[in-house]
Design a binder for this molecule. Structure first.
Ligand SMILES: C[S@@+](CC[C@H](N)C(=O)[O-])C[C@H]1O[C@@H](n2cnc3c(N)ncnc32)[C@H](O)[C@@H]1O
Length: 273
């Protein structure tokens, strides 16, 4: 098959839409293929809020990185980091803390290849091509071991990725394994989509993500809160993404936060007294 773009990594299936590339398209990114755009346009026609939901989530991610950097956190492990777009974790973190360490993790070939390309010359930034459900591989990867000091506070980012991790995957066990390596003062940053109250929209969301081969699991506020059990919830707790410490006007759903259909929360590993 003829390569659509220079950046198309070998072996990527461009005929099956991918959640990662639909999200990239929703954010205005260019790393997506015809099948992704067709699926995305059909999705947006049925669910016009979808691009706003994506932008709102991305705005939360960026605010949370700024928050972590202002708290003195100098290292970030970003699981399900996605296809790089404007305002990536390393750009925000390293603007505030120039030597901040950032390790990205994704298992989508375009996300991995494009990340690798844009960070190629950066000394403190790496990408691990791995399934984030396999915590041993992520934590033991040479890039992680080289850049992350687990004796120091770390921001563990799980932004818009846990909806791909089911109870059958043992989400509780996976989170516990990651939690076990976090030093006091570390934080877990989470955003998580929730069920749309309109059954017809919910059906469209489920159908589109089923087509991508990565079905989406919605969790309610209590279930999202449970993902942060044992951590000190940073104010304002588990809220709609636009409500999590808004400090600028970049969130398109600021005035109607529940339309984000996504909960956000940050939990801190308590200090040992
Ligand atoms: C919706 S995007 C979110 C990107 C970024 N975290 C953000 O919020 O802007 C979800 C990303 O998670 C990745 N992903 C999904 N399941 C994964 C898994 N099991 N391991 C690693 N990455 C995964 C997808 O490939 C995609 O790039």
């Amino acid at each position: 098959m003829v390569r659509e773009q220079e950046w198309q990594p070998a072996g990527v299936d461009i005929d099956t839409p991918s959640g990662s590339r639909i999200y990239d398209y929703a954010l205005g990114g260019a790393h997506n293929f015809a099948a992704d755009r067709a699926a995305a346009e059909a999705f947006f026609a049925a669910y016009p809020d979808a691009p706003l939901v994506a932008r709102s989530n991305r705005a939360f991610l960026q605010r949370s990185v700024r928050y972590c950097a202002h708290q003195g956190i100098k290292q970030f492990l970003d699981l399900g980091s996605g296809i790089p777009t404007v305002g990536n974790v390393h750009e925000i973190a390293q603007r505030l803390v120039p030597a901040a360490r950032v390790v990205y993790v994704d298992n989508e070939p375009v996300a991995v290849a494009h990340t690798r390309e844009i960070i190629a010359d950066l000394p403190y930034t790496a990408i691990v091509d791995a399934d984030m459900r396999d915590a041993e591989t992520v934590l033991g990867a040479p890039e992680t071991r080289e850049l992350i000091d687990f004796d120091q506070p770390l921001a563990l980012m799980m932004v818009a990725v846990l909806h791909y991790v089911s109870d059958e995957d043992d989400i509780t066990g996976i989170l516990a394994r990651y939690r076990s390596v976090l030093a006091p003062g570390s934080v877990l940053v989470v955003s998580h989509t929730t069920e749309d109250p309109r059954p017809e929209i919910e059906a469209v969301i489920q159908r589109v993500f089923k087509e991508t081969g990565t079905p989406v699991i919605h969790r309610d506020r209590a279930e999202v809160a449970a993902l942060l059990d044992g951590l000190e919830l940073v104010e304002p707790g588990v809220v709609w993404t636009p409500q999590w410490r808004p400090d600028d006007d970049t969130d398109p759903l600021f005035a109607e936060p529940e339309r984000s259909a996504t909960f956000a929360a940050v939990g801190r590993v308590p200090s040992i007294l």
